[in-house]
Design a protein. Structure first.
Length: 470
């Protein structure tokens, strides 16, 4: 959604703002504006309304931000209206911007009028942008304000680069990254370039390939961020949503890309979310996504064929306003999570022989979320799920092997104030590392060290950077 307005600051300084609602409605939306370069701008207030007119008298404050130019509003279940004001260092506030409107899945925007209408042209995304290729090792990636990929690593003793610095890897991206590690000291990073094509860069153990700021061009024309997994050493499987809404796939077989060149294998379907993929064993893939009716759909590679065959997908039911998250804590086990239309977390599991709950039903886990979920499994029969609540804070729930903790529909509150969905990884048993983007655009981190959260309470460790994705 776009439009230009002037926000009149005190002392008559003017701020030109563009608002764009940048999102795939079923999994998340980013409110964006063109940042003002005036030296007296301290930040922005984001307000929302449930009906029109949306004015200073009717709007409610959603969040106060620093000098950033975007905010992930999540996936509201109903139509919402947003306006932005700027404020200076004396806390003097401008007038409101034009109104940006979010339409949830199944709600058609009104036709254009003489005053102009707002459209939904793009996507933010949840991708796996953190990985661990060994014990006490972390690699985190994000898209900076210049559109380039940035990287930071924990080597077991310290962050590299040190302090608040990040390694710049180049590129010009329109999606968050997707990362996997098929072995120790190996990283493969994927993202969507400004031309809509997939690009790739790898850490080979001693150097980046391609070298410098270059990226390998893999072709395709994508409307979603990528998803990637590795079911064995020197094997990669990448998925994304093409311009026709169908799922497409490309694999690295150990010596070559398949299909060759810039081609991609078409798997059918019609999706309104990015894909989620996992591999519970060698030569096995399980892929999930949200169809145009809001339901979860599923397809598997069984080792010799796709199931269901051809372009068909198995329907798992539900009605989702987020992309899925999936993990596998053991062979022939799958746990899938998503956000329902009431904002709550729901769950479904493949137990080895059947789906639970059966049929099209889903287990209700409670909460009210404004981001897609993130999930990891640090041992068999263990799950840790994270999401962003309505107040911007991180919340957590765990399956301990016999019960959910906290019990019932409750969630553990971990504090923070986030403008991104979470990312989580586990580099060993009883260890968790969670990352997200704070309201100032910087990366923040919190860890479970097997007995306590570090930092303790609602605090998070600030890692610096200014990120626009994830």
């Amino acid at each position: 959604m776009s439009g230009n307005v002037l926000l009149q600051m005190c002392r008559a300084s003017a701020l030109a703002v563009m608002l764009m609602l940048w999102g795939m409605p079923v999994w998340g939306a980013m409110l964006e504006w063109k940042a003002n370069s005036a030296p007296n701008i301290a930040g922005y207030h984001v307000y929302y309304c449930s009906s029109l007119p949306c004015t200073s008298g009717t709007a409610m404050l959603l969040v106060t931000l620093g000098k950033v130019s975007s905010f992930n509003i999540g996936t509201p279940a109903v139509t919402q209206y947003y306006v932005i004001t700027a404020y200076n260092f004396r806390n003097k506030e401008s007038g409101p911007s034009n109104v940006a409107t979010y339409f949830p899945p199944g709600v058609s925007p009104p036709p254009p009028t003489a005053t102009g209408s707002l459209t939904v042209p793009g996507s933010t995304t949840l991708s796996k942008w953190v990985t661990a290729w060994g014990p006490n090792r972390l690699d985190i990636f994000g898209i900076g304000a210049d559109g380039a990929m940035y990287h930071k690593a924990w080597n077991g003793l310290a962050w590299q680069p040190a302090g608040l610095e990040w390694e710049r890897l180049g590129g010009n991206f329109t999606s968050p990254p997707a990362i996997t590690a098929w072995g120790p000291n190996r990283l493969d990073i994927f993202g969507i370039g400004s031309d809509g094509a997939m690009v790739h860069k790898a850490w080979t153990g001693s150097a980046w390939h391609p070298a410098g700021l270059e990226w390998e061009h893999l072709g395709g024309n994508f409307t979603s961020p990528p998803a990637v997994t590795a079911w064995s050493p020197n094997r990669l499987d990448i998925f994304g949503i093409g311009s026709d809404g169908a799922m497409v796939h490309k694999a690295w077989t150990g010596s070559a890309w398949h299909p060759a060149g810039l081609k991609w294998e078409r798997l059918g379907g019609n999706f309104t979310s990015p894909p989620a993929v996992t591999a519970w064993g060698p030569n096995r893939l399980d892929i999930f996504g949200i169809g145009t009716d809001g339901a979860m759909v599923y397809k598997a590679w069984t080792g010799s064929t796709w199931h269901p065959a051809g372009l068909e997908w198995e329907r798992l039911g539900g009605n989702f306003t987020s992309s899925p998250a999936v993990t596998a804590w053991g062979p022939n086990r799958l746990d899938i999570f998503g956000i329902g239309t009431n904002g709550a977390m729901v769950h479904k599991a493949w137990t080895g022989s059947t789906w639970h709950p059966a049929g099209l039903e889903w287990e209700h886990l409670g909460g009210v979320f404004t981001s897609p979920p993130a999930v990891t499994a640090w041992s068999p029969n263990r799950l840790d799920i994270f999401g962003r609540g309505t107040n911007g804070a991180m919340v957590h729930k765990a399956w301990t092997g016999s019960a959910w903790h906290p019990a019932g529909l409750e969630w553990e509150r971990l504090g923070g104030n986030f403008i991104s969905p979470p990312a989580v990884t586990a580099w060993g048993p009883n260890r968790l590392d969670i990352f997200g983007i704070g309201t100032d655009g910087a990366m923040v981190h919190k860890a479970w060290d097997s007995s306590a959260w570090q930092p303790s309470g609602p605090d998070w460790d600030r890692l610096g950077g200014v990120f626009t994705a994830p």
